[in-house]
Design a binder for this molecule. Sequence first.
Ligand SMILES: *[C@@H]1O[C@H](CO)[C@@H](O)[C@H](O)[C@H]1NC(C)=O
Length: 283
Amino acid sequence: MARNANTLSHRLRNLDAYAKTLDDFSIKTISGATVTLISAAIILTLLLSEFMDYCSVDLRPELTVDKTRGEKMTINLNITFPHAPCFLLNLDVMDATGEQQVSVDHDIYKVRLDTLGNPIDEMRETHRAATQADGQGTAANTPAVPYCGSCYGGTSPSGGKCCNTCDDVRRAYSALGWAFANPDDFEQCVREHWKENLAKQNKEGCTIHGFIEVNKVSGNFHIMAGQSALHNNIHIHAIYSYMPEDYDFTHTINHLSFGTKYPNMVNPLDGAGKDSPTTTTYG
Ligand SMILES: *[C@@H]1O[C@H](CO)[C@@H](O)[C@H](O)[C@H]1NC(C)=O
């Protein structure tokens, strides 16, 4: 029995892959420590680089034919004009199918900037204007309800018969391609001091951001001064006397991308800018 147990433990011991060496062989040396440190450093570097490689996005460009029909592509944009006021700027989209979107305001937002480039809080502005008006006792500014302003031959943008604000009249006119040349001709505009308010904004800047949806054909979009309209199929921009005479189209493209965004996307125009000398429209 005892003999049997001995041979079993002997066989088991033979399986030990890490045989203990004599104490004499386990001496710690400087060179040994150096090798340990170096290999530890190498192991750590390899581990980290593998991990970082695992985490990084691998881009594989591929060219395929887009077989979808009638689908739209989005263009995301964020462009700052430090010297052109928001009311002056209009975004239009035109493409090879003949589709034109003029003065796009769906999903496109304009942020007014003060002369230092800080966004203007419109809510606070309106509030301040209202309190100022109250202080001066000009309650006559607000018409007695019910009020239904004339659209002067245009159709109301809200679908009804009334154009209650100057902007309603302006939109009714531009929908028909009519010139909205002199705001003082319209009682809504006179009451709102529209022209004076715009004159105050002449020194402001504007950031336009949002997205537009376009057909997947060649085309262009542009941001131009003045009201755009379609006249006998010709795209025109009308600049009226209430708009500034000199404008400066210096701009910075904060962001411009096509299609859905994905990580590591490179948009070559992001951060690009162009200085444009002051242009005089007339005079
Ligand atoms: C547009 O870009 C400006 C400047 O980079 C930034 O401050 C602003 O937040 C952006 N607007 C949007 C909606 O992303």
